[in-house]
Design a protein around this ligand. Structure first.
Ligand code: NAD
Ligand code: DAU
Length: 355
């Protein structure tokens, strides 16, 4: 048996692939387009590992999908691939509609076609797991309870609207066609291999480069942070035991205002890599114009996942953020290559495009 993962060269997908193969010998087929966010450097430790088959391609390519499903006969498809950055969705929403909506639709159709060909026992055991976000629920006021799975959908950005659309497609493919689906809606992840356009890695790399640390608006927007490997363990657990057609919120009960996150990163850097001039990294904090339509607060109520499936995060925010800062300090080459785009040269020498 094998599983097929989409977007497995991105931040969460790569962490998932690495964790999966550290714990299981079940092979992975990894379909990723290698957009700016996809990086095979993340998977360099799997070079020569016969359990990992990487295929460069688009989830919107039906011919490719049909071929991969027929050839590899997966028992599950885990759908991570997406355009994921809110700021980019504000500056150019089209790619988000193309991949997150149309791409997810094409993937669902290909998987439905494949699933219908399976013998009854394999059909019953098959799973399509859709990796989604808490942003589909909109924004909370300071006194609102955390998002439960029953919260209404109220996406506010082009990114979250495109993810909400894909969640609805997944739900409909279950309701109408009986496809055995599961959906997870997770809060903000952080950890190794996080592309340095997102808050935490951007603050680390800018701080070390002596650049300003741009905090949007008043910096009091709240996000609920989860170490990426805890997200991966939640996905494994939902895949294993989630109830068909259900959605599971994933979060670590770690609500923090952005400015507190930035100050924490600065304090860890002061301790682990003090500035040569003896100044504090926090002096680099610069308040800048707010993100348009910026959601004020996200918070995840993860009680369903905890109670039904017995999942618990392994990291606290304190242990996870320390590991994360240490990882970026130890992996300056990774950062330099991501920033220079040099990893693409490596890709072209290692893998052939499926196109
Ligand atoms: P990412 O941007 O780091 O990685 C996305 C990956 O998808 C990249 O490797 C990219 O090359 C690939 N991709 C993009 N378009 C593709 C296409 N058309 N066909 C094939 N591959 C394509 O994103 P991430 O942060 O790892 O997020 C992964 C998933 O988790 C996304 O669905 C995202 O919405 C969801 N999510 C992310 C977070 C978070 O905090 N990062 C939280 C909750 C949910
Ligand atoms: O909540 C889950 C979502 O978290 C995922 O679905 C998205 O894929 C992921 O990108 C993330 O979205 P956010 O918009 O919350 O993440 P980002 O890292 O871009 O921003 C986190 C917060 O920090 C947000 O309130 C905006 C703020 N911010 C961000 C950047 C990049 C700043 O203040 N300054 C910055 O430079």
């Amino acid at each position: 048996m094998s599983i097929l993962v989409t977007g497995g060269a991105g931040f969460i997908g790569a962490n998932f692939v690495l964790d999966w193969l550290a714990q299981s010998n079940e092979p992975i087929v990894n379909l990723d387009k290698l957009t700016y966010a996809g990086n095979l450097d993340n998977l360099a430790s799997l070079q020569g590992d016969g359990r990992h088959t990487f295929v460069q391609g688009d989830i919107g390519d039906r011919v490719l999908l049909d071929r991969l499903l027929a050839e590899h006969h997966p028992r599950a498809v885990l759908h991570f691939a997406a355009e994921s950055h809110v700021d980019r969705s504000i500056h150019g929403p089209e790619d988000f509609i193309q991949t997150n909506v149309l791409g997810s639709f094409r993937l669902l159709e290909a998987v439905r076609g494949y699933w219908n060909t399976l013998p009854e026992t394999e059909k019953a055991a098959f799973r399509f797991l859709h990796v989604s976000t808490d942003e589909v629920y909109g924004s909370l006021s300071p006194t609102d309870p955390a998002f439960a799975e029953t919260h209404r959908y109220e996406p506010n950005s082009p990114y979250s609207a495109s993810k909400a659309a894909s969640d609805h497609l997944v739900r409909a493919w279950h309701h109408t066609f009986g496809l055995p689906v599961l959906t997870t809606n997770c809060s903000n992840n952080y950890g190794p291999y996080h592309f340095p356009e997102k808050l935490i890695p951007l603050m680390i790399v800018n701080a070390l480069a002596g650049k300003p640390l741009p905090v949007y608006g008043d910096g009091m927007q709240v996000r609920d942070w989860l170490y990426v490997k805890d997200h991966c363990s939640a996905i494994r657990r939902v895949l294993q035991a989630g109830r068909l057609g259900e959605t599971y919120n994933v979060g670590g009960w770690n609500e923090k205002p952005n400015i507190e996150i930035v100050n924490t990163v600065c304090a860890l850097l002061d301790e682990m890599r003090p500035r040569a001039d003896g100044q504090r990294y926090a002096t680099q904090i610069t308040y800048v114009k707010d993100r348009p339509g910026h959601d004020r607060r996200y918070a995840i109520d993860a009680r369903k996942l905890e109670a039904e499936l017995g999942w618990k995060p392994a990291e606290t925010f304190e242990s996870g953020i320390r590991k994360t800062v240490a990882w970026y300090l130890a992996n300056a080459d990774w950062v330099a290559r991501v920033q220079s785009g040099a990893y693409r040269d490596w890709v072209s020498t290692q893998y052939e495009s499926a196109a």
